[in-house]
Write a protein that binds this ligand. Sequence first.
Ligand code: NAD
Length: 492
Amino acid sequence: MFSIKTSKGSVSFNRFVGPFINNKFHPTLASTPVKRQILNPCTEDLIETVQEASAEDVDLAVQSAQAALKGPWKHFSGKKRRNALLDIAHALEKNLWKMTVLEAACGKPLEEAKFDIEESIECFRYFAGHADKISGSNFATEGGHKSYTVRKPVGICGLITSFNYPLNLAAWKIAPALACGNAVILKPAPQTPLSSLMLGELIAEHTELPAGVFSVLPGGEDVGSAIVSHKGIHKVSFTGSGNVGRKVMGGAANSNLKSVILELGGKSPLIVFKDADLDQAVEDVFGAIFSNMGQNCCAGSRLFLESGIEDEFLSKLKDRVKQVKIGDTLDEAYDFGTMVDRVQFERVMGFIENAKKEGKSKLLVGGNRHGEKGYFIEPTVFTDVDETSTLAKDEIFGPVLSVMKPFKTIEEALERANATPYGLASGVWTKDLSKSEQCIQELETGVTWVNCYNMCSVHLPFGGVKQSGFGKDLGAEAMGEYLTVKAVTIRV
Ligand code: NAD
């Protein structure tokens, strides 16, 4: 057992011996096992040591998945898959507090952690609803031939996720993949494997999913690349950085040409017009950049304000920033947590220090480490940011907002907002329908939110354009990612 202390008492968990394969945990097959210490980023104390998987474990997971696909899983009807997904949702709901604590122990405030688990539950329920409704198309019989399409599971799917929403990002991929009848091999981020491993435990205990259908392989780059280059795996759905995304695409191409979904980073623009409800916009902009301490692929990290509102807006934003309560995320008293680990902390502090030296912006608020222990960084706002600066161009993936120089016309705002290789999300605040419509049409992003932000819903497809990736998580579109389509023609 290992325990995590919270302000409401201590919570105990079973130890995870190693990778989860064949519906049980087993020690890694590696001859020299790699052990990773999972630290609480608020206190830097050890939570648990996890034995990472190896290339041999990837082979074993693939063999188990192949056996399941040829055996019991092949005969699992849509109705049974639906019920299995509902059982997962139910098991998560019964363990909501435990799962919340595991996520909060990654440096995420308890309230945000609970929301993420609730969203994961919702995701399993939503795709349960799809599992028994998979259908093809029927065409009119012509020239003595009848044609129709048949949709079948892709096969074995490798799911590789980033650290920022550990269970939720995994659920976005696991739920549609299983709904479609695939077997999945999940590799969570090395910093945050605990909730994914616990999902394995819940699946083994509370569902009828056959052994081999769901594996969890904790580990880092080695395990990730072994999954990507494995010839027995048919698809990889990846969430992470652009640099690693490129390696994933290359590995997929150089092995068996498996198809890939890439959900990558962003440098999302926020555009606030003069006519917007400014108080609402301030609150939304605050959430857009500072939720999850800025470790959010959609983080609205470039703010464009219409000329004339900048003084009022920035003064309100500064007041809002000063209200945050930074501290131990396992204590309900705090609402702002940490970077996930020392590496991310040093990366983000590096951007801040560099911006201070670069002199291409002015510091409005924040800009420092908070406290002396843990990886806390104050919510930070730079203003008058020059478009050529690192602050304006690079994904920081931390609590740092770049307020760009004010804009005068909608055309100027759109051109500057689109001047990035990224294309994940964007936000617009205005009461003018024609302005919002022009922005929706012209912003080069996979998602646009108007008078709100970060409103991801399970029924809406999520994913980027340009160098933020391709393919969709969520929505009916995600089902299409995990199915093949066969065209059939019969002479009648
Ligand atoms: P990362 O790219 O460093 O790692 C992502 C995952 O890839 C991890 O599980 C890692 O172990 C694995 N990995 C590393 N090297 C690999 C390799 N050679 N082959 C296969 N897998 C490998 O990203 P991160 O630091 O965990 O997450 C931050 C990034 O993720 C940011 O760029 C962020 O914008 C992005 N992100 C995107 C979305 C989205 O939906 N678009 C969501 C969340 C995060």
